[in-house]
Every structure is written in structure tokens, then in C-alpha cells.
Write a protein of this length. Sequence first.
Length: 363
Amino acid sequence: MTVTLGDPGTVIICGDHFDGRADALGGPTEILVKDGRIAQLAPAVSRPPGAPVIDLGGHTVTPGFIDCHVHLTMDAAHLSTQLLDSTATKALVGPRLADDYLDQGFTTLRDLGSADPAQATWFDHEMQALCDTAARLGLPVAVHTGAAQGCKQAIACGARSLEHAYLIDDEAIAMAEDAGTFIVPTMQMTAEDIQALHEGRLTSYTAAKIERDAEQIIEAQRRIAASRVKIAYGTDCGMFPFSHGNLEFQAMVNAGLRPARARRAATGTAADLLDRSDIGVLAPGAAADIILQSRHRSVSTRQLAMNYRSGGRRASTRSSMIWKSPMFSVRRGTPSTWAVAAMARSIWRRLGLPPRRVTAAAS
Ligand SMILES: [Zn+2]
């Protein structure tokens, strides 16, 4: 259902809701959306004359999901041939991938650029110089990390987030807790790798690496889940199909996260990582970036991921998304910037909204 909002506002009746911050679903509520913002959220909001009422009494309403780690210019289905594509061609792939992902309720993406660096190693002073320069420019630093030592170095230098942190140990987790460093653990990526290993789809180099590390990575995921560290939802989609992106919820729950914390990872906590207090939450003043989930109450995040997966496109934006706020997080000057700009235009067109400017932010 697509709703074009303007005066006098729109009333949404929610059978249940998750506000992006709480430890559990918040029960039935009503939301008044006005001018793209949540104007009221209460058991009974005002009914401005002429305001349409959307009755979602059979559904759970949540903030739009945020995936903090995607590669919009990489199409997992064609990775090997894509190496030969021009930058422009790659950029054109992005809107389609993002558009598909929108159908799973992901309304904000942080794009990490064209490729993962193959475990680049930095000297401490190099990493420090990088983080210091970024801090002076007011830019957050996201560091791809694997080994525990790399995690510790990134935390010590003031990185805002550790991406992957595949082999993080207890000491590094404690450091991240103390420093307030976010971890984007991309847990589904490992499940994808293990699956690919079993199906013989990996190169011998990667297969050897996964065989060597898989058990330790899964153990590290359990440690992360058992900690108090700030966990943000990120998938590495692009390296594998975007249609599997919602399975990160399930991977998180498998590692030991409570479903509410997994939901927070994709809403309130992810918004904290992006430093966007206006998204990832249902609260008065926040952007009306709202999605609904297909079942009423007591649907666990695990079931939700399964539903979305088996439901495929039927859990589509056309039927499930209420409102997309004009929020995009992209890196400046990368092909992804163009991809996201094109994506934004196509989404706004689809929702019948006037085009807006796409703001590029660094990550
Ligand atoms: Zn990545």
C-alpha cells in the first residue's frame, strides 16, 4: 500500500508495534503521520478531519529496517563476469538490487563500496593517522576486520564500527564495550560461505580458509551475542544475493541474540551507528519510515525471516511498506553514489512522491 502524505495527515492503526528501542513489542498503538514525520504515537491519536485511516490491526508495525553493510554495485549472481563491467554498468545494477531489497523492508542502506579489501593490514600509526584525519573531517571510520588483533587496533584508534570481526576474542569485545565501538558482525555471510563450501562452489583458497576458520567464527559470533556490545545489522549483501539479506535476523538469533535485540540491531542501534536519530525508531518527531510485518503478534524474528524468504516477493513493498523517508547513506564519489541516487529516484517515483535531493554521507 502506498500512501502519499500531506495535510491533514494519516492515521495508522497498528495491531502491535516495535519502537526500535524497546526490549519487546509494545502492543497495539496508533500513529499519526504528518508531513513525512511521526506527529503522534499513542493508544489513541487525534483524527484530523479528512485524514485517511489505515487499519493495520492485524499487523505489527516497525521502523524501516537498516542494513549497515551492503555492496550495491556488486551483483552476487554475476560476480565473476562483473569484474569486467565498467563502473557505469556496475552503478546501474545498484538500483535494481536496492529496489528488490526494499521489498524485504530494508529502507535504509549503508553502502561499503565496490569491494572488500582482502584483509588489508595497517601499521598502528597508519591506522591512527587515518582515524585522526577522519575525525578532523567529522567522518566515521568503518574498518573491515577479521583477526582479533586487527579488531583491537581499530578500536584503539577510534574506529566507529568493526565490520565482520570474524575472529574477535573476549579481550577485543571488552574493549569495544568500553569504547562504545559498534560491531557489524555479518553473521549470515558465514552461513552462506559454509553452504557454498558444502556445495563445492568455493575456490580452493577460500574453501581452505572457511574450513580452517568456520568453527572459530561461529564461536566468535556466540561471544558477540553474549556481550553487551552495540550490534548493528549488516549483511555483506552483494557478496551474496540480496534476497538472503533478511536471514541475518535468523543468523543473529542462532548465535544467541534475543529477537528484540536483533530487531534493535536493524532499527534503533543501526540508526545510532549512522548517527541518525530521526530514523530506526517510531517516536514523535522521527521520520515516518515505517514498515509492517505480515503477521500479528508473537511472530519471532526467526519466523519473520523465514516468512519473508518463503514469501518472496509477496511480502512486497507494494503491499507491505507504508512510507519511505528520503534517507540514504552512501559514500561520496563512488559508483554507489550514483546507484543510490538512481535508486532514490525510482523509489520516490514508485511511491508517488516528489523527487528530493540525495545527500551523500561518508562511511
Ligand atoms: Zn563487505
